[in-house]
Design a protein. Structure first.
Lengths: 294, 285
């Protein structure tokens, strides 16, 4: 290898590495140190305290935020993957309609969050929303339902919207995995008299197991990072009933200017993300290993 | 299978397909329809499906400096800002992503795979947890409430993925093509620009489409960094309707249509490239 090649390489990657260090690595480090600093009205008053984490733990909303975040991430990921698997299985069928749908289904995925939030807010409107009106006129509910105003309901309604937005990509990835299942295995199972359910369970599922695990972890990362959708739809309300980590961080940072608590919550969020990423790397170790050999 | 169950099977499949298309399209379509309805029609029950007397009033209002809604925010300016941010950061990402992608694909250097892996992992940490430190960083370097600041930020967020997409596609182009160009007397730079890049065009299109869509749609960081009205972007403009309007959903519908339009155009015309990047990107998150 030429020595000049090495210098050229470092020069070529320098802008990218510098940008990531400046805008991702730097801020991550910064928020970590901030969380250990006493902050009063935006002024830093002494490093080396766990006071922010204690204040966060003492915040009566904190427990609620954890519970909502659990519904958001675990409920969201579970539904995203199960619905995605069902839709993906359907999309894997060969026909003109499914081919066309495979292209169309990504639409929710590419639309801006803000547009999605507005579209669903309008459909879920308490008085003139089409979903409430349809349920009422078909006799399934008495009167209208305040989907985003009911503290017991709101988190799950948000999860439904989240599924609309994130499921398509899961479905497409699983569809691609299902279509890559070797035909001869499928044919052999059919010859042995396996019915559709058995073929799915014993041929398809083992073949797509890797994609399924990977897509579960990736969905978890997307859902943990998702902020705009819940924030615009409810702003964490009513009365914090839909407050999740991401919206709580935003609210504490930029509405209440509680930088100490906000940075402590950010660090918890980052640690969570890091654990999921570690899980992802573990699940994906096979493809990372093959990457190095190219 | 005999004839009858077969027909039933296809009818069933068609029905499922119809339900899925409705599920995917309806929320967007419904908001689009609202943009042509009148105030009275939106508030009336039972709900009317098609606009009774379709009107462009909501669109005109947003673009009219004399109308109350048009006065609140200058929509032509918002659209201009969003295009400026999305296009400039796409150009930056494309140029520097190509340079770095070339290094990762073609040159051998210590730490290559580790650095590329680290870049990809950094992509996964760009959520709400970075809002506060980014705000502090931007105010410190004086790029808060500045379009340039947002361009730099989005470029930093988008570069790892673009680099990775471009690097993977360059790896598939045979080295020999480039080497023969160099034997013919071309410099490394010449052979890269004249021989390699034309072959990598699909990857470049994929990377720029992805970045454009992401930059145009971004809301969280724009909303904490941009303060003055003349610097705001379309997503912030649309989100500001939350507090301002209750049943005046024709304006929300019109604004949402404007925000969604460039994305839909990119999506429908670049379908092929889009899915390609998606399936590639999915493997690595």
């Amino acid at each position: 290898m030429l020595k000049s090649d090495r210098f050229l390489a470092y020069a070529l990657i320098l802008p990218v590495v510098a940008a990531v260090v400046a805008f991702v690595v730097g801020p991550t480090y910064n928020v970590a140190t901030l969380s250990l600093t006493q902050v009063v009205m935006g002024m830093e008053r002494g490093f080396g305290t766990l006071g922010n984490f204690k204040a966060l733990a003492a915040d009566p909303v904190f427990g609620l935020v954890l519970k909502n975040t659990a519904i958001w991430i675990l409920g969201g990921t579970f539904l995203c993957v199960t619905v995605g698997l069902a839709v993906g299985t359907y999309l894997a069928i060969d026909s003109r309609m499914t081919g066309w749908l495979r292209a169309l289904i990504l639409l929710p995925w590419v639309l801006p969050d803000v547009v999605t939030a507005m579209a669903w807010k309008w459909m879920l409107h308490g008085q003139v929303g089409i979903i409430g009106q349809t349920l009422q006129s078909s006799g399934m509910t008495e009167g209208t339902v305040s989907f985003l105003g009911d503290p017991d309901l709101v988190m799950w309604v948000l999860v439904v919207v989240l599924i609309w937005r994130k499921m398509p990509l899961v479905a497409l990835i699983l569809c691609a995995a299902i279509r890559a299942v070797p035909d001869d295995q499928m044919e052999a199972a059919r010859m042995d008299g396996a019915n559709a359910v058995e073929r799915f369970r014993f041929v398809t599922l083992p073949n797509i197991a890797f994609s399924l695990t990977a897509v579960t972890v990736i969905s978890m990362i997307w859902i943990t990072a998702e902020f705009a959708l819940p924030w615009i739809m409810t702003g964490g309300g009513p009365a914090n009933a839909s407050q999740i980590m991401a919206t709580y961080i935003y609210q504490q940072s930029f509405e209440f200017f509680n930088w100490g608590v906000a940075s402590a919550m950010s660090v918890i969020n980052l640690v969570m993300l890091a654990s999921i990423v570690a899980l992802y790397l573990y699940v994906n170790r096979r493809s990372w290993a093959s990457e190095g050999q190219k | 299978m005999n004839e009858q169950p077969r027909t039933l099977y296809w009818i069933f499949l068609g029905f499922v397909g119809l339900v899925i298309s409705l599920y995917v399209l309806f929320p967007v379509f419904w908001l689009f329809l609202a943009s042509f309805k009148t105030q009275a029609e939106l508030a009336q029950l039972p709900i009317s499906f098609w606009p009774e007397s379709p009107t462009l009033e909501a669109y005109k209002a947003l673009f009219s400096p004399t109308h109350q809604k048009g006065q609140l925010l200058d929509w032509p300016q918002l659209i201009g800002n969003s295009f400026f941010i999305a296009i400039s950061s796409t150009v930056i990402v494309l140029v520097f992503g190509t340079l770095a992608g070339y290094a990762f694909a073609r040159l051998n250097f210590p730490g290559r795979d580790l650095i590329l892996g680290g870049l990809l992992i950094s992509r996964m940490f760009q959520g709400a947890a970075l809002l506060l430190p980014t705000y502090r960083l931007m105010s410190m370097i004086g790029l808060q409430d500045s379009l340039i600041g947002l361009v730099l930020l989005y470029s930093a967020f988008g570069l790892p993925f673009a680099t990775w997409i471009i690097a993977s596609s360059l790896r598939e182009i045979p080295k020999e093509l480039e080497e023969s160009a160099m034997i013919d007397g071309a410099s490394r730079l010449q052979s890269m620009v004249m021989v390699v890049l034309p072959l990598a065009t699909p990857a470049l299109i994929t990377a720029s489409m992805w970045h454009f869509v992401g930059a145009w749609s971004e809301f969280a960081f724009a909303s904490i960094l941009l303060e003055s009205n003349e610097n705001k972007t379309v997503t912030i403009g649309l989100a500001s309707f939350v507090e301002l309007f209750t049943l005046e959903f024709q304006y929300v519908g019109a604004a949402a249509t404007i925000v969604a339009l460039p994305i839909m155009l990119v999506f429908f015309f670049g379908q092929r490239y889009f899915t390609r990047g998606l399936l590639a990107g999915a493997v690595k998150g």
